[in-house]
Write a protein that binds this ligand. Structure first.
Ligand SMILES: [Fe+2]
Ligand SMILES: [Fe+2]
Length: 331
């Protein structure tokens, strides 16, 4: 029944009520959906959007940290940061490949990012002002990414789920290198401790915003849960993150900048104060402090890399041509 490939699937079949309920039953049985399986157009579009945004976030996320590679305070810190930023590049490539299995091209996705049509995580539109920001990003931003991505290892779409398994292993190294930077600063001089606290103050709320709007206001939430693309709601993930992170801040003597934060002994979860959604919307719609710089730098990097793409294509064409010669000769 599912032997028909993605290419040439008649949409009247994949949108019929009968097909949708068979597809849902398959998802409910925890079967993985693979690239050549017929799927509802909404499922495909949701994944293209989500995986594309995820890939763009990995790539744009290299910019605020790459900014500090040459200024890392020691050789060891430089090596760790370099490895982390390279990992993020790898995550982006993995994810673009996963999205390509859904019939969208890498060129198309790149064009959408550079034209401002595609979104990426708004966290990367904040500036990295001090070395402590590199600690805060690893600890909080990669920490929030892990909360989001661990459940994605069980996503119903096979290529995305499998990509996430490796990505999550690397993210946990990122989180630890960030926390270790914060720990060193928090145990250092008064100025260093202050720098760590200041970074926490600036990155805390944007990190909470990474989980997206409250459940009631999330546009794609319910359908994504039904299709098992998502396993937990935005608010559930946000609370898990806060509950894991607050004791880590306390352990190194830093204060989470939320006067309304309180522990609910009944649920075992922390309850947080009001998130500034006006700021969130402003950054998402392009008015964050660094939105324009990020896209400008990304465009520049893309243009600078044009010769690499051209050389790779020329090399591939040459190899393909040399492979065909012996065959022709044999005829
Ligand atoms: Fe990553
Ligand atoms: Fe990461």
């Amino acid at each position: 029944m599912y032997s028909q490939g993605l290419i040439g699937v008649d949409s009247s079949t994949t949108e019929s009520e009968e097909f949708l309920s068979l597809f849902q039953a398959r998802v409910d049985r925890e079967e993985k959906i693979e690239p050549n399986d017929p799927m509802p157009e909404g499922y495909r579009r949701t994944l293209v959007r989500q995986i594309g945004q995820h890939a763009h976030s990995e790539i744009v996320g290299m910019l605020p940290e790459g900014n500090w590679i040459t200024r890392a305070p020691t050789l060891r810190r430089k090596i760790a940061l370099l490895a982390k930023v390279q990992d993020e590049g790898g995550h982006g490539l993995y994810l673009y490949s996963a999205a390509e299995t859904l019939g969208v091209s890498r060129e198309q996705m790149t064009e959408e990012l550079l034209s401002g049509k595609a979104k990426y995580s708004s966290i990367f539109n904040y500036p990295t002002l001090t070395w402590a920001d590199i600690g805060a990003i690893g600890w909080l931003v990669d920490g929030a990414a892990i909360m989001n991505q661990i459940p994605l290892c069980r996503c119903s779409y096979g290529p995305y789920a499998r990509a996430m398994i490796r990505v999550c292993k690397e993210e946990s190294f990122h989180q630890r290198q960030g926390y270790e930077i914060m720990m060193a600063l928090a145990r250092g001089s008064d100025e260093q401790k202050e720098m760590a606290q200041d970074a926490l103050n600036r990155w805390w709320w944007p990190s909470l915003m990474m989980f997206g709007p409250h459940d009631g206001e999330s546009a794609h939430g319910e359908q994504s849960m039904a299709w098992k693309i998502k396993r937990f709601s935005n608010d559930e993930l946000r609370q898990k993150f806060i509950t894991a992170t607050v004791p880590q801040a306390e352990f190194i003597g830093l204060t989470v900048p939320d006067p309304d934060l309180k522990f609910n002994a009944e649920t075992g979860l922390y309850e947080h104060g009001e998130i500034d959604w006006v700021e969130f919307k402003a950054v998402v719609s392009g008015n964050g402090r660094m939105n324009r710089d990020r896209i400008r730098d990304r465009k520049q990097a893309h243009d600078d890399g044009a010769w690499v793409r051209e050389a790779a294509l020329a090399h591939a064409a040459k190899r393909a041509a040399s492979r065909t010669v012996p065959q022709e000769a044999a005829e």
